[in-house]
Ligand binder design. Structure first.
Ligand SMILES: [Zn+2]
Ligand SMILES: [Zn+2]
Length: 141
């Protein structure tokens, strides 16, 4: 995403483009590795030491609420974040907690009877198992 595109997406999300918000979006755009809030703070702080941890975390929360950033909950570990652009599902490794993108395909909606009065916004899948690094290597003999 170019800097203009980041500014436009912040505006579209109803957020003012502050240097700190911009830095969070720029970092997430460049790093598709699903960083944690702490990793994002470290990176943003390295570029601009004036941005505090609280500001970074608040900006991250604003970006999630505005629908620009997705929070991927990993139980027992810190949540991970990525930019909502291309829709995708996620794969979370049981062993190392790595979060990887899985190519998008449509997920069937639940029957309206089981939804009741709930309003469905989106539906995405989380696959769990062992990532390539953690999967047992097949014996090559
Ligand atoms: Zn793993
Ligand atoms: Zn992702």
């Amino acid at each position: 995403m170019e800097s203009e595109a980041i500014k436009r997406s912040l505006e579209a999300g109803g957020l003012r483009c502050t240097p700190q918000r911009y830095a969070v979006m720029a970092f997430l755009t460049k790093h598709a590795s699903h960083p944690t809030a702490a990793e994002i703070f470290e990176a943003v702080n390295r570029v601009d030491p004036r941005s505090s941890r609280a500001t970074t975390y608040n900006n991250l929360r604003d970006l999630v609420h505005a629908g620009l950033v997705r929070e991927v909950a990993v139980e027992g570990r810190a949540a991970r974040f990525d930019v909502k652009g291309m829709r995708h599902h996620h794969f979370i490794c049981d062993r190392c907690g790595d979060v990887e993108d899985i190519e998008w395909y449509d997920v069937p909606r639940p029957a309206s009877a089981s939804l009741g009065k709930r309003v469905l916004r989106e539906c995405e899948l989380i696959f769990r198992g062992l990532c390539t690094k953690c999967a047992p290597k097949r014996a090559s003999r």
